[in-house]
Ligand binder design. Structure first.
Ligand code: HSE
Length: 287
């Protein structure tokens, strides 16, 4: 049996819509072994079937490797579902990584990245699960990803509401077309943001993280978004943004315990977690 430890991810990072993603120190764990029948343990009954995203990742890799078995998997999950923290990507990647490892580790990380991206449709969440750290993904001849530097003094805090928001609904809130000014605004901001993240330039980061492609349309889907933002900036946050498609909000600051500064000013139903960048993305351990 093996155990896959795989991280949460936050996509977009403000202006890097559908491009940037960062691996964060919140984890799902999966104990996996080859089996003649599919057995999924410690997972909601309605997901214990062949449509489970873990199994789709597993099965897709098995088909590519031309092997015909199933798996017994025990879930131990901490990444909340449909909150903008890459829960789906973690399942797909963990299944694909497990299938590859249990069948001779034949596929490279880049191949696993491409396979999982084609299943998930959002490489910005897949890339940090596979490579760790801060990543940018883009379409070249194939789907590609690069790793980018992020300053070690930048800390991340997730403000997680107690309700779900489907990526489908969050994408339906977006306009079908963007105007040239907004496109240029985002391209220029994302370049500035890369520099600010590398140097931990607080002033620059606060301006560079602004976005015109998705956040203005999505923030109304997040109850009290404006209040969260105000409380965070009142307490020396460096930057504030929607995590992925939401509803989680992501705060960047220079404080590893930033949650303690804001927790008393916000709704008690929120889960507020201090996180750091995970530079592995995933780890496979033999048990
Ligand atoms: N980049 C995608 C979006 C991430 O914002 O819709 C979805 O998890």
């Amino acid at each position: 049996m093996i155990e896959i430890k795989i991280c949460a991810t936050s996509a977009n990072l403000g202006p890097g819509f559908d491009t940037l993603g960062v691996a964060l120190s919140l984890y799902n764990y999966f104990k996996v072994e080859i089996s003649d029948e599919l057995i999924i343990e410690n997972c909601e009954e309605k997901y214990c079937n062949e449509n489970n995203l873990f199994y789709i990742g597993y099965q897709t890799v098995c088909e590519i490797l031309n092997v015909h078995d199933k798996c017994h998997v025990i879930f131990d999950t901490n990444i909340p579902i449909s909150r903008g923290l890459g829960s789906s990507a973690s399942l797909i990647c963990a299944g694909a990584i497990a299938a590859n490892y249990l069948h001779g580790n034949i596929l490279s990380k880049d191949e696993i990245f491409r396979i999982c991206s084609s299943i998930e449709g959002h490489p910005d969440n897949i890339a940090p699960c596979i490579y760790g750290g801060l990543t940018a993904s883009f379409e070249g001849k194939n789907i590609m990803a690069i790793s980018l530097p992020v300053h070690p003094d930048i800390h991340f805090t997730a403000i997680i509401p107690d309700y779900e928001l489907s990526t489908k609904d969050a994408r339906e809130a977006l306009p079908k077309e963007v105007n040239m000014h907004d496109a240029i605004y985002n391209i220029s901001h994302v370049v500035a943001m890369m520099h600010a993240l590398e140097k931990n330039d607080k002033e620059l980061l606060r301006v560079a993280c602004l976005d015109k492609l998705h956040q203005p349309y999505r923030k109304s889907l997040i109850k009290d978004y404006d209040l969260y933002e105000k409380v965070c900036f009142d307490n020396q946050a460096t930057a504030f943004m929607i995590s992925g498609a939401g509803p989680t909000c992501l705060v960047l600051s220079n404080f590893s315990n930033f949650s303690s500064a804001i927790i008393d000013s916000l709704d008690h139903n929120l889960k507020i977690i201090d996180l750091s960048v995970d530079f592995n993305g995933h780890i496979v351990k033999e048990l």
